[in-house]
Design a protein around this ligand. Sequence first.
Ligand code: PLP
Length: 374
Amino acid sequence: MKDSPKLKSLLEKRRQTDALRTLKITSPDLIDFSSNDYLGLARNSSLKSEILKVSQSRSLTTGSTGSRLITGNNSLIEETENYLAQFFSQEASTVLSSGYMANLAFFSSVPQKGDTIIYDELSHACIKDGCRLSLANRYSFKHNDLQDLELKLQKGDGNIFIAVESIYSMDGDMAPLASICDLADKYQAFVIVDEAHSTGVWGSNGQGLVHTLNLQNRVSAVIYTFGKALGIHGACITGSKDLKSFLINFARPFIYTTAPSDHEIISIQKAFELRAQNQTLADSLFEIINYWNKKLPKFSTPSAIKAITIGGNTETKTIADNLQNQGLDIRPILSPTVKAGTERLRICLHSFNTKKEIDFICDTLKTDYPVLFN
Ligand SMILES: Cc1ncc(COP(=O)(O)O)c(C=O)c1O
């Protein structure tokens, strides 16, 4: 096997800064405080049996056999896209194989040369990667800082796109979506919201924050992902019928890839159906979130994501290892995934976590790391 020498030296550099990423197998014995399975749907036996039942009762193919524009399109996908558009109160929706691909598809194709993308500095890597693939100018604005956003809007050329997340993936805080829409109106900009961490969680049926705040007609596109609270895989972009037609014509991550399989599409249908029938799952999650916020006010956020900043890759890893040894599945988030100096424990709460488990985490942290609470 031949590798370029650079590969070795870059890996070595990672090793030296204790930043080398390795794959770990999740132990089922630990209490889950890490997965994005906020509502436990990935382990929900009714969802699993519903998906299997439908998959077996219809004569489905194992693979979609081609891209959406060739042989991969069918009535099942179209029916599901229509359902999702209605569910999120938008004109149209386009399904992609993941949230990463959805953001890549939107940002690489919609903003054109001469346009401007202004994105929150804490935006997910896939928003940034999509922007990099675009010929538009791009600037970041300070996290959730409306004044800085306005300064950047004043400098924007062409069509201006504002990219934000409803809930930030590493901090768990919420974007001021209504105020961002107000600013967008003032500067005739277009707001794009990534709802990865609010899909399925907010709203009476899990329609997310844009819908809950009644902002559907004030944003241009929303990216919903299915791999987190919905417990499956995939994503969709919602917006106008013209946006959908544009994506079909110009979004390379949509055009040049094999379409999702029937099994994936059935899973989307069933996951949304089950979520809509089980508001109690979201209620339980919010009960746990509120319990945490009262117990650990220093690390309070409106969402299921809690960040405990430690600083330093080695230090953060050591604490996470210690917590894992005590039965808690808590993972370290290291630089370069987050900015150096902000390395953290990212704790995710779930509908299935108990108050006793929160007490345990809280007591363990307070006993072992009292300095965190100063
Ligand atoms: C904010 C945000 N957007 C998009 C994604 C990517 O979604 P997916 O995992 O479906 O590719 C993630 C994944 O962690 C995310 O946190």
